[in-house]
Design a protein around this ligand. Structure first.
Ligand SMILES: *Cc1c(COP(=O)(O)O)cnc(C)c1O
Length: 220
């Protein structure tokens, strides 16, 4: 196996092991390979190894990289995991198949408009500021029910909740809180877990893990 292929196999294996401990089906967990900062040449080997779901955190970077890859390979799914500016909503809706960073009322209206213009709807996660770190983006915990109500009223397909816990502390309590908030709000998808903590996230109910450096190596 090539190096990227073996890294991919190892991550899937770790997901399967964590799922087994939690009595979950590994097929319920989607691995989103986060390719931000990595060029198309680094992404292609993962596609060749069978990976189909990828994530980027910047609209412009994704616009430069992905159309050619999508042209060359069938069945790719591209997720946006970074903060989205309202004036980029239409570009995002045209390029991405899922948005993990819906975090404010102004973006609800921008996305609703963008869906209209682009003639397509894209499933979204509401990003929660789970560690109360405003600079990371995410909706304040107390405002989540109201934001969900606004999104639903605007016809946005909200699948679940997403979070990025504070760096360098035990993530489990944050994952557990996100899972509880999702259940309380009738949502069954959870986007949580990155290279350092995706197994923990899987054990606590993640349906989408966002893994970058464990697949691609450290970012330059
Ligand atoms: C970069 C990024 C990831 C992946 O992080 P790694 O630690 O490289 O796995 C996941 N989620 C978001 C929102 C990111 O920006």
């Amino acid at each position: 196996m090539t190096e990227p292929a073996s890294a991919l196999a190892e991550v899937y294996d770790n997901i399967a092991k964590a799922a087994k401990i939690a009595r979950r089906e590994p097929s319920q967990i989607e691995l989103v390979a986060i390719s931000k900062t990595h060029p198309a040449e680094a992404i292609a080997p993962l596609i060749e190894a069978g990976q189909r779901v990828f994530g980027e955190n910047r609209v412009q970077e994704a616009q430069a990289k992905w159309p050619a890859l999508q042209e060359a390979h069938e069945g790719l799914s591209l997720h946006l995991v970074g903060q989205l500016q309202s004036n980029k909503a239409e570009d995002a809706v045209r390029l991405f198949d899922c948005i993990h960073s819906l975090d404010r009322p102004s973006l609800v209206s921008a996305l609703a408009k963008a869906f209209d213009k682009a003639g397509r709807q894209v499933p979204c996660f509401v990003q929660v500021d789970i560690g109360e770190e405003a600079q990371k983006g995410g909706c304040p915990i107390a405002d989540v029910p109201a934001l969900l109500a606004e999104a639903r009223a605007a016809g946005i397909p909200v699948m679940g909740l997403m979070c990025v816990p504070p760096f360098g502390v035990e993530p489990s309590p944050y994952f557990a809180l996100l899972a509880k908030m999702a259940a309380d709000n009738g949502l069954d998808k959870l986007s949580m877990g990155m290279s350092g903590d995706y197994e923990t996230a899987v054990m606590l109910g993640a349906t989408h893990v966002r893994v970058g450096s464990a697949l691609f190596g450290a970012r330059g």
